[in-house]
Ligand binder design. Structure first.
Ligand SMILES: [Zn+2]
Ligand SMILES: [Zn+2]
Ligand SMILES: [Zn+2]
Ligand SMILES: [Zn+2]
Length: 236
């Protein structure tokens, strides 16, 4: 799942790089631009028959050409991503379209509509308790059983609750020298001369509690499955 997300992020990054690199634009061959135009036409046909997975592939092939792309591509790609449930990516391309095309753009009016729908969907996701911020179903972290925290043996005393007294280094006796260099022996007050003290790290509990490393303390892990948000429907 995260691989897929990273991949889409990478594509977006590459795409914005192409938009902003005039040097690349000069170098780009006319052949590639023709290919991009053909891919856009193909993606529009695929969108026409609601094959958004295929359209997504065509758009990503366009991005991989590293050639300047027509502005409207952003609008259509945003529409495809919206239908695939990739709302955050969709919003990025939609905003790119709106800033590049401006209010005079051919699809500006439609982009306003799509933006509304996107915001609605993103609102539902925020309100839905069953999915993460990307709209993927979350499940309880099995490692911490949804607690977000795990208890483990203290890493200092290894669960023994006790530690060697630091005041007397475990000797039970403190040796001090008086002003005349004479040694004075004194039973250690810290450990009552036992040489052993309560572990200060775990406060004598033997256990320490820390955030679960799998779910980063959230208690939940995201899955690959897109959420239907049904669990939260019917609630205000
Ligand atoms: Zn001591
Ligand atoms: Zn301890
Ligand atoms: Zn966990
Ligand atoms: Zn949901």
């Amino acid at each position: 799942m995260s691989k897929m997300k990273n991949l889409s992020l990478l594509c977006i990054l590459l795409f914005f790089l192409c938009l902003q690199s005039p040097l690349r634009a000069q170098k780009a061959g006319i052949g590639q631009q023709k290919e991009a135009a053909a891919l856009l036409a193909q993606a529009k046909r695929e969108m026409g028959r609601q094959d958004y997975a295929a359209a997504n592939k065509s758009f990503r092939q366009m991005l991989a050409l590293h050639t300047p792309l027509p502005t409207e591509m952003c609008y259509f790609f945003a529409g495809t991503l919206f239908n695939l449930g990739q709302y955050e990516n969709s919003l990025q391309f939609l905003e790119k379209y709106r800033s590049l095309a401006g209010p005079g753009g051919e699809f500006y009016h439609q982009s306003e509509e799509l933006k509304k729908q996107l915001e609605e969907q993103m609102h539902i996701i925020r309100e839905c308790a069953a999915c993460d911020s990307q709209g993927y179903v979350q499940q309880l972290c099995s490692y911490c059983r949804g607690m977000g925290k795990v208890e483990q043996n203290c890493t200092r005393c290894y669960g023994r609750k006790k530690a060697v007294c630091s005041g007397c280094k475990g000797e039970g006796v403190r040796i001090e020298e008086d002003l005349f260099g004479q040694k004075k022996y004194q039973s250690c007050p810290d450990c009552e001369a036992t040489g052993i003290r309560k572990c200060t790290y775990c406060k004598g509990e033997g256990k320490v509690t820390s955030n679960c490393e799998y779910c980063k303390g959230l208690g939940q892990l995201s899955t690959d499955e897109l959420c239907s948000h049904e669990a939260s429907q019917g609630q205000p």
